[in-house]
Design a protein. Structure first.
Length: 194
């Protein structure tokens, strides 16, 4: 009887140990199984970077956006100056008002139509210039990023490197987040080149 009680106690302690072990193991994340090719290289790996963080912390991007803003302000200033001169001319016509002859009124109307056309044409030209400049700057930044990522991934650790976009991805495992490495490396490269 004493031995039965001892055996049951040992079994109970053993079961309690197993339950405790399984409970602790359940809390810890299990290591990721890595599928490897015959040569030992991982078959498929994806990394990502947070585009918002990159834009907020990559100095070259911030500088490019600063240049873009300056260009936009210059173009907006030019349009404002043009509009101001046109408003001045219109105010002169309004001052003359009824004192203008039929011929003068027709000439003023033609000139007003030409001013509107020049303004609209210049505004469209400036918008196109600004859009082209923006596209070129973003293209240069994309090229820098692609070149850096090629160098970063020269060991072929990742098959794909994606930019994180909240509306596109619903889950991301931070173990594959390369944003800090990317920002650090890109900024170091940018400092060396400038």
């Amino acid at each position: 009887m004493k031995q039965l009680s001892l055996i049951l106690s040992i079994v109970a302690v053993g079961l309690a140990g197993i339950v405790l072990f399984l409970h602790i193991k359940e809390k810890q994340p299990s290591p990721r199984p890595v599928v490897t090719a015959p040569n030992g290289a991982p078959v498929f790996a994806i990394a990502y970077f947070d585009m918002d963080s990159l834009e907020n912390n990559f100095q070259s991007y911030k500088d490019a956006m600063g240049r873009l803003k300056t260009k936009e302000e210059n173009l907006t200033g030019e349009l404002a100056t043009m509009e101001k001169s046109y408003q001045k001319k219109i105010a002169e016509w309004q001052q003359k008002g009824n004192a203008m002859s039929q011929t003068e009124a027709e000439a003023a109307n033609r000139e007003y139509q030409q001013m509107q056309q020049r303004y609209a044409s210049r505004k469209q030209e400036m918008e196109q210039t600004l859009e082209t400049y923006k596209r070129d700057e973003l293209g240069k930044l994309r090229k820098k990023l692609e070149d850096y990522l090629k160098d970063y991934n020269k060991d072929r650790k990742y098959n794909y490197i994606l930019s994180y976009v909240p509306d596109f991805m619903f889950y991301k495992d931070t173990i594959y987040n390369i944003t800090p490495d990317l920002i650090k490396g890109l900024n170091e490269t940018y400092k060396v080149k400038n």
